[in-house]
Design a protein around this ligand. Structure first.
Ligand code: SF4
Length: 247
């Protein structure tokens, strides 16, 4: 899929989401929130669902939690525009309650299609509901800062999942905030490992990295491909991947 095709496919999904009435969350929304970011990214961040500000503006992770997410990304020199940010459910649950299982199920095809289009190397889950989609049975207090394989049935064919607390939880507690900055510090290394694992696997996609000429440095070293887009120097806090992986 070319860059233009990927962008068009994501916009087509977003257009469907904006007029979707598949579940009762359509009744109370001001705006559906399909998600936003780079269609060519290797990294997708997934939260639970839109809140008050997101519903008002139709954009994910704005307001105080969004500001903290931007700061978390900035701490590893990643920008919001470099990643794709979305939620498990695309419409705001009333009073910010947890989404019901039937609402999550109704909305799941949209997230699956987004992941199929983007084909990320890394999925960062924000909060326990998002984590539960990719690490069934895990507890956020134990799983944050750890990785696991992603079931291709999710739509992401060859991705690693990395669990983090939801930024809203970090706003409520200094210790969770501290942990969140520590966890995001591991993300560049996790991405490098995820990318290397994909490069070692039989080719299943036509992402730009796969199309790089063999003599290119980016082809010889998968770590080189994203360097112009994201700073990937391992954070000093980063552990060896063996210490953080729970495959
Ligand atoms: S939450 Fe998802 S399934 Fe429900 S109305 Fe919104 S877009 Fe449709």
């Amino acid at each position: 899929m070319t860059q233009a095709e990927r962008r068009a496919a994501l916009e087509a999904i977003a257009a469907e989401v904006r007029t979707c009435t598949r579940c009762r969350l359509a009744d109370g929304r001001t705006n559906a929130v399909p998600g936003e970011g780079s269609p060519d990214t290797e990294v997708v961040l997934i939260g639970e669902g839109p809140g008050f500000n997101e519903d008002r503006l139709g954009r994910p992770f704005i307001g105080r939690a969004g500001d903290l997410l931007t700061k978390l990304l900035g701490s590893i020199e990643w920008r919001r525009d470099d990643v794709f940010i979305t939620n498990v459910v695309k419409c705001r649950p009333p009073d910010n309650r947890d989404p019901e299982p039937d609402e999550v199920a109704a909305c799941a095809p949209y997230l699956k299609r987004q992941l199929e289009v983007i084909d990320p190397a890394l999925i960062v889950t924000l909060g326990r509901h998002s984590m539960g989609r990719f690490m069934p049975g895990a507890r956020i207090s134990q799983a944050h800062g750890t990785t696991g394989p992603v079931d291709p049935a999710s739509g992401a064919q060859d991705a690693t999942v990395f669990a983090m607390y939801h930024p809203a939880a970090a706003l409520r507690g200094a210790e969770v905030e501290r942990q969140s900055f520590e966890d995001i510090g591991l993300a560049p290394r996790v991405l490098l490992d995820a990318r290397a694992r994909r490069a070692a696997a039989p080719a299943t996609t036509t992402r730009p990295a796969d199309l790089v000429a063999p003599e290119s440095p980016a082809a010889a070293d998968p770590a080189a491909e994203l360097a112009p887009v994201m700073a990937l120097d391992a954070d000093p806090r980063a552990l060896d991947a063996a210490d953080l992986t729970i495959f």
